[in-house]
Ligand binder design. Sequence first.
Ligand code: MN
Length: 425
Amino acid sequence: MIEIKANDPTLKSWIKVPENSDFPIQNLPFGIIKINGGKPRVASRIGDFAIDLKSLFILGYLDNLPFTLEDFDSEYLNHMMMKGKEATRKLRNRLSKLFRDDFDDLKNHEHHVQQVLIPMKQVTMLLPVQIGDYTDFYSSEQHAFNVGCLFRDPNNALLPNWKHIPVGYHGRSSSIVISGTPIHRPKGQMKPPTANQPTFGPSKLMDFELEVAFITYQGKLLGDSISTKEADDYIFGLTLFNDWSARDIQGWEYVPLGPFLGKNFGSSMSPWIVTLDALEPFRVPGPIQEPKVLPYLEYKGDKHLDVNLQVIIQPEDGEENVVCNSNLKYLYWNMNQQLAHHTVNGCNINCGDTMASGTISGPEEGMYGSMLEISWKGTKPFKMSDGTERKFIEDNDTVIMRGYASKNGVRIGFGEVSTKLLPAK
Ligand code: MN
């Protein structure tokens, strides 16, 4: 595989990138944009500009790369991603070259620059990938422990399989929406522990789950498996992911087959896919796994990622309230183990599949990734700056998740996933 030249921390761009931007020249994520309501197309981003890759291709700046016009003239990234990791790495290296300050091919063509760089104000972001299958894991030990304490007891919090299996379930891909798309409070059946009969109505316990999702390249054939060692080659990039959860619907329905209507009414995704390549400098060791995992789950090297994560609740016309500061590095099971486990039975994966981490809770209070844990099942309400309290999410609250990695003066961010909860229909 070729070198990732685009990650050089000393690189500077001839585009002015605001300080603390999530999108310096070392990021160069991928997404789908619409410019002033035009047709969707593939884009990257630097500072406050979208980079129109369709125009860049037509102007010849992406020559001698393994791509065709339809890879960029597309409403999803899947076409481009079908070319595989080596190809997208070359593309990102090329973008890095075109925008670095000591290379002036594009820089000196003022009319080309105007065609290619679109101010973000003129851009609408769309769902970046056509998602065939969505899987949700349950890979944060603190989250699994907290939930175990809330519904069982601290001595019996983790179920016997938890440290042996990256537990997960198959979710609903059709209801994954892009940041900015409001979601209605779902209705359903619920039965509070004190009630004798189930009732029907709007969920009273609406919650977010702070997650990060990875998006896959085309996998292997049905019957084949991807090892922990091979997994990096099948992971295109990562997004922030809010796996909305109706706790009361979930609590009544989940036995014995697991999550269903408490989950499938919607999940929200951030628009820019930050490549795994761009995140390579932020690798860190994971926790020591004890008991020892089975051989197919063993891995070598640092496979966890140090990415700061934050959750904010913003009431209508109100201030932002930070309710959680966590980090992707707190996962017990890493993406390589998740993907190896997912395919060990021969299950195939496809280009654009979305695999979410599960709620990412850190080891201390203030680091919990859901209201269920923050309010400890409603017993410790969160005090908001406007004097109100939150046990769960109220109608017209907006939930915002942000994330970034930072090292050697380079900050690689995800932007945000922001979703307003509307009243039940
Ligand atoms: Mn989840």
